[in-house]
Design a protein around this ligand. Structure first.
Ligand SMILES: Cc1cc2nc3c(=O)[nH]c(=O)nc-3n(C[C@H](O)[C@H](O)[C@H](O)COP(=O)(O)O)c2cc1C
Length: 516
């Protein structure tokens, strides 16, 4: 698959360029999308009684009344897991009303990500499918009593939809992440698909870190028959996309659950066979896996498994700077870090120490150096991503463009220079990118990625970049630094600055520095 794929077409159509910026759709400011899903009249199981913040708990001894307060999947643990993954951590009140900020950042604070919990054999939750209602910190039953799939039938269907993935087969609980496209598309138009995936990647970054801290383990199952999972969740096809399935097991199952296939290719689709006018909807359809194509997808996966993914050798790198992290586990105080995390609105222009940069980079790119094995991130296929760091002001480093060699944890020089003006321009004139101490560019060779996973690669790239971005965020916040993702940028200008060919695209940008 080459440039003549739906993903390439979408990417090209949704590039920002100085000549066309602002020519997109009009935003209907009077009718913003609903931030939460509504299930009128549906029964709710409140998680508030077990809220991790003491001041929010409304029943002192609620846990005492549970049938099974100490089980691995007890309501208090689920409450903490969901809260630190995607719960409300701040409320802004204004004349327009209340605005809720979450554990994970979101482009434009539009929060397209939804989480669903599927359970069976739980002593305090009826078998079935629940939507995590972020607003009320509650689980809402998606189906009217007795009408939805439940018990073994529910998990057999989930497992079948996940191609009998070993981590899903015998699970008694699973989370499913989805993205409600319109929430983001309302503001960002077709480019919202990128942001929905990036946003959800951030949520998954939280989930991944929170899971072991609740005595659980999981696996990121990205290869599933989308429509079958969507049917189980009773979500509108095409409007709310299934992102991944995350079976929840007791930590004891770690060795059994840790292996497996995280990502599968989408159904083969020729560009000329893609239907629909709306680029976002077309891309969504093109990234799906359909049951009738499973044999072809599996065969392709078998062939690919042995092949080494080629990272392009485009630069004759000059001497690099070895990063030397302190070895501190920046997740040690995760819950407090998530509670304190906000995207930095203004950076000061001051520099970072090399140790600070090293710690952040190690947490994001070499977690094996600083985290226990059961706390390592589960990406879909982060090996497809590369990282460039444009250094404005880091102690002991010449300003310039660097390429990260992750295995060596080394930043290798691409070119010297002070590029504050260039990063400012690239980020649509946002001062954050000028005043950062360094700007990280997450890039990928899209053509190679598409050869591996078909159009679905476009999802994985953005999800994993968001996931890495969240690790950068949390590491930075833990160290008292300033940090913000940048989802709006002039795509082609990034290639010029980094000296990378067109087939390599910028997936995401993160600015790191000192708060202003
Ligand atoms: C994918 C993504 C893209 C973002 N892009 C920008 C951006 O271009 N400029 C900016 O100032 N903030 C950006 N942000 C930060 C959001 O504005 C911020 O997350 C949101 O307002 C919620 O606030 P909080 O992160 O402090 O909770 C981005 C966040 C994400 C996850």
């Amino acid at each position: 698959m080459t440039h003549s794929s739906v993903a390439w077409q979408y990417h090209t159509q949704t590039k920002y360029a100085p000549e066309t910026l602002g020519q997109g759709q009009d935003i209907d400011w009077d009718h913003p999308p609903a931030q939460f899903k509504h299930y009128p009249g549906a029964p709710q199981t409140p998680l508030l009684p077990y809220h991790p913040l003491e001041k929010l708990r409304n029943e002192e001894d609620a846990a005492q009344r549970l049938n099974d307060p100490d089980s691995p999947l007890s309501l208090p643990r689920l409450s903490r897991l969901l809260y630190f993954t995607n719960g409300i951590t701040a409320i802004a009140r204004s004349a327009e009303g209340e605005h809720f900020f979450r554990a994970a950042p979101s482009a434009g604070a539009l929060y397209p990500t939804e989480l669903y919990l599927l359970v069976r054999r739980h002593l305090d939750l009826a078998d079935g499918v629940y939507n995590y209602n972020v607003r009320n910190h509650a689980l809402i039953e998606v189906y009217p009593k007795g009408l939805g799939p439940s018990g073994d039938e529910l998990f057999e269907r989930l497992s079948a939809a996940c191609l009998n993935h070993r981590a899903v087969r015998d699970a008694d609980a699973a989370l499913v992440a989805t993205a409600v496209y319109w929430r983001s598309a309302w503001r960002y138009g077709p480019r919202a698909f990128r942001r929905c995936m990036l946003d959800t990647g951030h949520v998954l970054g939280n989930l991944d870190l929170a899971v072991p801290r609740q005595g659980l383990c999981t696996f990121a199952v990205g290869g599933c028959v989308d429509d079958e999972v969507a049917d189980l969740l009773a979500i509108p096809h095409g409007q709310e996309g299934v992102i991944g399935v995350f079976p929840l097991h007791s930590h004891d199952a770690f060795e059994r659950v840790r292996r497996g296939t995280a990502a599968l290719a989408s159904s083969p689709l020729k560009l000329e066979d893609a239907r629909g006018e709306d680029p976002l909807r077309r891309l969504h359809e093109a990234t799906c896996i359909r049951r009738e194509d499973l044999a072809a997808i599996r065969a392709a996966a078998g062939v690919d498994a042995g092949a080494d993914y080629k990272i392009s050798q485009k630069h004759e790198f000059r001497a690099g700077v070895k990063l030397s992290p302190s070895g501190a586990d920046l997740a040690a105080d995760l819950e407090h870090t998530i509670l304190r995390r906000r995207s930095t609105r203004q950076l000061s222009g001051e520099g970072l120490t090399l140790r600070e940069l090293s710690d952040v980079m190690a947490f994001a790119y070499r977690p094996d150096l600083v985290s226990p094995e059961d706390a390592l991130p589960r990406y879909f296929d982060s090996g497809m991503l590369e990282t460039f760091v444009v250094v404005h002001d880091v102690q002991g480093m010449e300003p310039g463009v660097y390429y990260l060699a992750p295995r060596q944890l080394e930043l290798r020089l691409v070119k010297h220079g002070v590029f504050r003006g260039e990063t400012h321009h690239i980020a649509l004139g946002q001062d954050l990118a000028r005043d950062a101490a360094c700007v990280m560019f997450h890039t990928a060779d899209l053509t190679s990625a598409l050869e591996r996973y078909g159009n679905r690669a476009y999802r994985y790239l953005h999800l994993d970049a968001g996931h890495i971005g969240q690790r950068v965020n949390l590491a930075a916040i833990r160290l008292g630094l300033g940090v913000s993702g940048i989802g709006g940028f002039f795509d082609d200008a990034v290639n010029q600055l980094l000296d990378v060919p067109e087939r390599e695209l910028c997936v995401y940008i993160t600015c790191l520095g000192r708060p202003g």
